[in-house]
Design a protein around this ligand. Structure first.
Ligand code: NAP
Length: 464
């Protein structure tokens, strides 16, 4: 084997090891940062190895592409707010999938008629998955960014027509694999796959978009792996397969946390009919209290569980929340954090924010670890969370979130809910918790309210 080829193989081997190690470390908040750096190093080594390939005729376009990609990457990384991370992820999947599809189309254009059937299978899958993932991810991006309505956009017979379209795409792909010279059928397949991506994602509500994004991530990975087979590139096969498998596992984890099946997420048009049914339990009145009254309650308690949700991310209240837990801790109050697996808008959203604010990991509890403790907790402070503490998921069979495991905040002796209004959460439904006798609402922006709690408690400590 020539020296350059040996160096490439070695670079790919090291990169693959770093990717696998990186993924492993990403599974815990304590090691996630290190995992990310290892994966970055792996990617740099993989790119360096690829640049040694003797097929490269000129570096001009590679340098131009790398410069544009680097500039775009820096801009996106620096200016995307944390709350826009789901749509940012959708956009990068769209780019990855478009790259796989374009490589496949150009490969076919250059050598289509003469490719052996094995390479044609990989190329067909690559272009099909790449095309539908590109448009699907763009629609997901537009829905999350508010450029398209977030509600499911449906029409009668949609699932059937989508299935027929999919059957057409598969037939065209098989046709092209059997007859690589049939260029017209190849380009029809590309067009149908692009259309399918749009029609597949339009009927899915924005609330389910994170699951769709994880699934599209999986498709983008598989398209990358197929590209690797078509180009005989081992690192693309390995990285694409890791991406494909992790995307699928993530979507299954999210579905489990919402007690929904992937089929229900993809074909159920969730969010279309927001009524929670006749036994919604949202009767009576809500009790609003001032920040001073809430601080009074906190001053007299022994244990607090903080339940963060999407609103904490919106108001960027995580640092104020950490300050509050320090103030409570100084008074000898036991403070824990309860994190629901789908709180916020992406997996691990709350963990990232709490880690950023310096909350010790041993104070952060998963739902299963802490749910049994709530009846013994003096005060549960629900900060910008809504759906993940809605007892309708337990009590109301007609509710769209029925069956979703929730944090049992309603079982605490007292509950303080911090939000700006009575507006619903992402599922678009009313929350029974707000009407319960042990619940008090503190209306206002979460960061401001939490800061006022801390100030009032400090004042009390000084006065004592
Ligand atoms: P949520 O149900 O969406 O509720 C968030 C609440 O935050 C809103 O009711 C809003 O009420 C409040 N809020 C917004 N801005 C605020 C601010 N500046 N200050 C104070 N409050 C503010 O959030 P969640 O309980 O975290 O539930 C997450 C939802 O996303 C679930 O339905 C879940 O299924 C869905 N989801 C998440 C994932 C994931 O991976 N995390 C994936 C798929 C789906 P006001 O407007 O009245 O303030």
């Amino acid at each position: 084997m020539p020296q350059a080829a040996q160096a490439i193989e070695l670079a790919y081997f090291v990169a693959a090891l770093l990717f696998i190690l990186g993924l492993k470390l990403l599974s815990s908040p304590t090691s996630a940062r290190r995992g990310m750096h290892l994966a970055e190093l792996g990617m740099a080594i993989a790119i360096a190895g690829t640049l040694l390939d003797h097929h490269i005729v000129t570096f001009t376009w590679i340098i131009v592409g790398a410069a544009i990609g680097t500039a775009a990457g820096i801009v996106i990384a620096v200016w995307t707010p944390m709350t826009a991370m789901p749509q940012r992820t959708a956009l990068s999947h769209a780019f990855g999938a478009a790259a796989a599809a374009l490589v496949g189309v150009s490969h076919y254009y250059a050598e289509g008629g003469h490719l052996p059937s094995g390479a044609m299978v990989a190329l067909g899958i690559e272009v099909m998955l790449g095309s539908l993932t590109f448009t699907g991810s763009m629609v997901a991006f537009a829905k999350l960014q508010g450029w398209l309505p977030g509600v499911p956009m449906t029409f009668k017979g949609q699932n059937v027509s989508n299935l027929l379209l999919l059957a057409g795409i598969v037939t065209a792909t098989v046709w092209v694999i059997a007859n690589p010279q049939a260029a017209v059928v190849f380009y029809i397949m590309v067009g149908l796959a692009l259309g399918f991506g749009v029609l597949f994602v339009l009927p899915i509500g924005a609330a389910d978009m994170p699951v769709v994004i994880a699934l599209l991530n999986s498709y983008a990975g598989l398209a990358g792996a197929a590209t690797g087979f078509a180009l005989d590139n081992k690192i693309l096969v390995i990285a694409g397969t890791l991406d494909g498998a992790s995307g699928l596992i993530l979507s299954i984890i999210m579905c489990k946390a919402m007690n929904r099946s992937i089929a229900n997420v993809l074909f159920g048009a969730f969010g279309k009919t927001p009524e929670a049914g006749p036994d919604a339990g949202v009767h009576g009145s809500v009790r609003a209290v001032s920040t001073d009254q809430a601080a009074e309650l906190l001053a007299g308690c022994e244990s607090v569980v903080v339940v963060p949700g999407y609103g904490m991310a919106v108001s960027q209240a995580q640092h104020a929340v950490k300050d509050l837990s320090d103030v409570l801790g100084e008074r000898g109050i036991d403070v824990k954090y309860a994190v629901h697996p789908v709180a916020g808008r992406m997996p691990g959203h709350m963990n990232v924010l709490l880690a950023e604010a310096g909350v010790p990991y041993d104070q952060i509890y998963d739902m299963d670890q802490i749910n049994g403790d709530f009846p013994r907790v003096d005060v549960a402070i629900v900060i910008g969370a809504n759906d993940v503490v809605n007892p309708a998921a337990r009590n109301n069979k007609a509710s769209p979130i029925y069956g979703m495991p929730i944090l049992n905040a309603d079982k605490a002796k007292s509950v303080l809910v911090l939000k700006r209004s009575m507006a619903p959460g992402f599922a678009g439904i009313e929350n029974e918790l707000f009407y319960m006798p042990n619940c008090m609402m503190v209306f206002g922006d979460a960061r401001k309210t939490v800061t006022e709690f801390s100030a009032a408690l400090k004042q009390k400590a000084k006065a004592a």
